[in-house]
Design a binder for this molecule. Structure first.
Ligand code: G6Q
Length: 543
């Protein structure tokens, strides 16, 4: 791989010059100049159709971006990840979420050991457990069937499972009521268990480390709630709690039978873990076969990412376009707009995946970057967003590249809903790209003073991803698409997309402040004047 600083590379400089030439060009002109643009700037792979023609790019842009990828050694870096090299250098770990979805029989070596058999052993154990809960063979302490499954976890041990549960609700067993508790805010726990009977409730404590403050606090509260509800006999913990963790000792200490612990490995990063045992609650909800289909979808996209030429590679193209906007157009944010209600938590999931991965400002060898890295990701499902923030995307001063995600078919065909929904998605991408000129507005007879207010400049870029229907396999493909796009961006920026040191400082400071809030005697506060005053006021308000 090139060790030359990114912004000094000849390709980078060419991209800068090219951006200067292209910045004044309108998408209207690009489309007018090439009647085939809308079909040629597209790629179809793994059942996903990506239309990237409404981006501010030409053939030359793509050539240069692909040259940049080659110069940064993207192909070699992809191989290194799949091979299990320790590319997470600051934590000295391999990055092998791709091994979690490798088919039985494939070989992936980590420190001399093939990890694929162990992956399938855990999946089989999860499958047997999920079947027992779903069939009613697993009973609570009083012999009652489990009706409520509550995943307790946070960050990577929550966002993937919640997103997948919501996305695949159609495929879930409706006799089971699934809940997710993540926030240390007691409101979260209280509302999740409101009206539930502990005798019918199973908690899945999902924590890689089994030491995370929020999760352990909620797990302890859950334990108390179950014990209180079931007469205080400690033996009920084994019937109402299972754990997903890499820390067997802590799990045992909590009172969970290690036979009911589902393991994973340090080469699975939290935000890349929804397809590991962290997906246990997802599997209980949708069943082992659907979970396997989800994994098959992930794997199909993995293979595409690994083998497709860079210019026809969905995650690579999306990653390079993100670099193009972030570094050359100085776009600060990117919107993800699923026109599928089942994907309502997908933007929240992507926030962690993208921002915890690429929100970095030093290179792999510790030098401060002199270019933009990861953008701010956000979004809401369509059409709700249209009646909220789309105004700013259409007429505001910020350039916000958008990803529209839609499906040809709905799982709930009712009347005209789906055609109306998709018409809106196509219309928004069209309006953003082409806008409406002052001449067009005038020709409609608009009063002169209103014309500037009703002009849409257009030239707002977007991708459109169209797939057949939201199902387990497609969800796997979509998530893997974004995972690998994030990796592509990280490689170009020469950053470690797999650590998250930025979350540590606040955790440490909170541990210092907790006793200052709880102590009986006034603490000797040694923070800055603002933090001191806030703590003192909080204490007064609670006295
Ligand atoms: C993700 C992060 C982080 C992690 C949570 C929960 O990549 O590592 O979000 O998932 O902090 O950690 P535990 O699973 O260890 O409780």
């Amino acid at each position: 791989m090139s060790t030359q600083a990114l912004t000094h590379s000849p390709v980078w400089k060419e991209l800068q010059a090219h951006h200067g030439e292209l910045a004044g060009l309108h998408l209207r002109e690009l489309f007018a100049a090439d009647s085939r643009r809308g079909t040629s700037l597209t790629v179809e792979a793994c059942g996903l159709y990506l239309d990237y023609s409404k981006n501010r790019v030409t053939g030359r842009t793509l050539e240069l971006l692909l040259a940049l990828a080659a110069e940064r050694g993207l192909g070699g870096r992809i191989e290194a990840m799949f091979r299990g090299e320790k590319i997470n250098t600051t934590e000295d770990r391999a990055v092998l979420h791709t091994a979690l979805r490798a088919p039985r029989g494939e070989k992936i070596m980590v420190e001399g050991e093939d990890v694929v058999p162990a992956v399938h052993e855990v999946l089989d154990k999860m499958g047997a457990f999920a079947d027992r809960v779903r069939s009613g063979a697993w009973r609570g302490q009083t012999g009652r069937k489990i009706r409520n499954v509550i995943n307790v976890g946070i960050g990577g041990s929550d966002l993937g499972p919640v997103m997948a549960y919501e996305a695949l609700k159609f495929f879930s067993d409706r006799a089971l009521h699934c809940q997710f508790v993540s926030n240390v805010d007691s409101d979260d726990f209280a509302e999740a268990v409101c009206g539930l009977d502990p005798a019918e409730t199973l908690f899945v404590i999902s924590s890689k480390t089994f030491t995370t403050l929020e999760t352990m606090t909620n797990a302890q509260t859950a334990r108390d709630w179950v014990l209180r509800g079931l007469g205080g006999d400690e033996s009920c913990v084994a019937k109402h709690f299972v754990a997903v963790s890499t820390n067997a000792e802590k799990v045992r200490e909590f009172g969970i039978d290690p036979a009911n612990m589902f393991g994973f490995w340090d080469w699975v990063g939290g935000r890349y873990s929804m397809d590991s045992a962290i997906g246990l609650s997802t599997m209980v909800a949708i069943g082992p076969d659907n979970f396997r289909a989800l994994l098959a979808g992930f794997h199909e996209m993995d293979e595409h990412f690994r083998t497709a030429p860079l210019g026809e590679n969905l995650p690579v193209l999306m990653g390079l376009l993100a670099v193009w906007y972030g570094d050359f157009f100085e776009a600060q944010t990117a919107a993800v707009l699923p026109y599928e209600q089942y994907l309502k938590r997908f933007p929240a999931y992507l926030q962690q995946l993208t921002m915890e991965s690429n929100g970095k400002s030093v290179t792999l060898d510790g030098r401060h970057v002199d270019y933009n890295t990861g953008a701010i990701y956000w979004g809401e499902p369509g059409t709700n967003g249209q009646h909220s923030f789309y105004q700013l995307i259409h007429q505001g001063t910020h350039l916000i590249p958008c990803d529209f995600i839609g499906f040809a078919k709905t799982l709930n065909p009712i009347g005209r809903h789906h055609d109306i929904l998709l018409a809106n998605m196509f219309a928004q991408a069209e309006a953003l790209a082409f806008g409406k000129t002052a001449e067009q507005v005038e020709a409609e007879g608009t009063r002169a003073e209103l014309v500037p207010h009703r002009v849409f400049e257009g030239n707002r870029p977007s991708n459109t991803i169209l797939a057949e229907v939201i199902d387990p396999q497609t969800l796997g493909k979509l998530v893997a698409l974004y995972e690998h796009s994030v990796f592509t961006q990280g490689v170009i920026w020469d950053i470690n997309s797999f650590d998250q040191w930025g979350v540590e400082l606040g955790k440490v400071l909170a541990q210092r402040i907790i006793p200052e809030l709880e102590s009986q005697d006034a603490p000797d506060l040694q923070h800055d004047s603002s933090t001191n005053a806030l703590i003192a006021r909080y204490r007064r308000m609670n006295s």
